[in-house]
Write a protein that binds this ligand. Structure first.
Ligand code: ADP
Ligand code: MG
Length: 207
């Protein structure tokens, strides 16, 4: 699969739309075990990305990811702003000088997720967005050449999101609740899963 950055125009729109459609649910999740601002934070970033999507889609992958990363860092705020920013800037750094195909994308995404782990001093199983992003990175790396890749990405994202429900929060504001954080899905895991599934839908429609 050889995809150009032109797809970003539709992908950004899809991410923006899916969060708009599910904003009450995501806000509620962050209200229960966080401070309730997660959806507002990511919508702030997504609205700037949506405004600039036409220009971003004209860039090459590395320049596009750098620009997306900068917008995430400067516009989203909260813990999630610097984490999403770190993801895209690290992806750009990893892919620099390479021709981006599915395997290079998989490597860049994995490097981006590892950079988030260092930035957040966090790991899998701590009830954060990483419980979606880490399994998705693994699926990408292990199935980059498989026809089932896109379906497997969506399955991993949904399973990862659901897995946060029974976890004890170790990182972020939810960790202040200790045992009371158990029984609720993490807001960042839900928003990440929604955006990943919406982006994959765009890729599947492009066929
Ligand atoms: P804040 O927690 O500062 O209010 P947001 O509400 O925008 O920021 O984002 C909260 C989400 O960020 C959480 O649901 C969780 O998924 C993620 N998160 C918070 N801290 C970390 C961390 N150290 N590592 C990974 N993800 C984190
Ligand atoms: Mg919050």
């Amino acid at each position: 699969m050889q995809i150009t950055p032109l797809i970003l125009e539709k992908i950004i729109q899809a991410a923006n739309d899916i969060i708009e459609q599910n904003k009450e649910e995501v806000a509620e999740l962050d209200r229960v075990i966080g401070d309730g601002d997660h959806v507002i934070n990511i919508q702030r970033g997504l609205s700037v990305l949506t405004e600039q999507r036409a220009e971003i889609s004209q860039l090459d992958w590395v320049a596009a990811w750098n620009k997306i990363g900068m917008i995430c860092m400067s516009k989203i705020g909260g813990a999630s702003g610097s984490l999403f920013g770190t993801l895209f800037v690290a992806m750009a750094k990893n892919a620099k000088g390479k021709e981006v195909d599915t395997l290079v994308f998989a490597e860049a995404f994995s490097a981006g997720v590892e950079a988030m782990e260092s930035r957040g001093k966090s790991a899998a199983g701590e009830k954060t967005m990483l419980d979606v992003l880490i399994p998705v990175a693994t699926v990408l790396q292990e199935n980059a050449a498989e026809p089932e890749l896109l379906i497997k990405i969506k399955q991993a994202a949904v399973l990862g999101m659901e897995s946060t429900k029974d976890m004890l929060a170790i990182k972020g504001r939810a960790s202040f609740l200790e045992e009371r954080s158990i029984g609720h899905i993490d807001a960042g895991a839900r928003s990440s899963q929604l955006m990943i599934c919406a982006m994959v839908d765009v890729l599947q429609q492009e066929g």
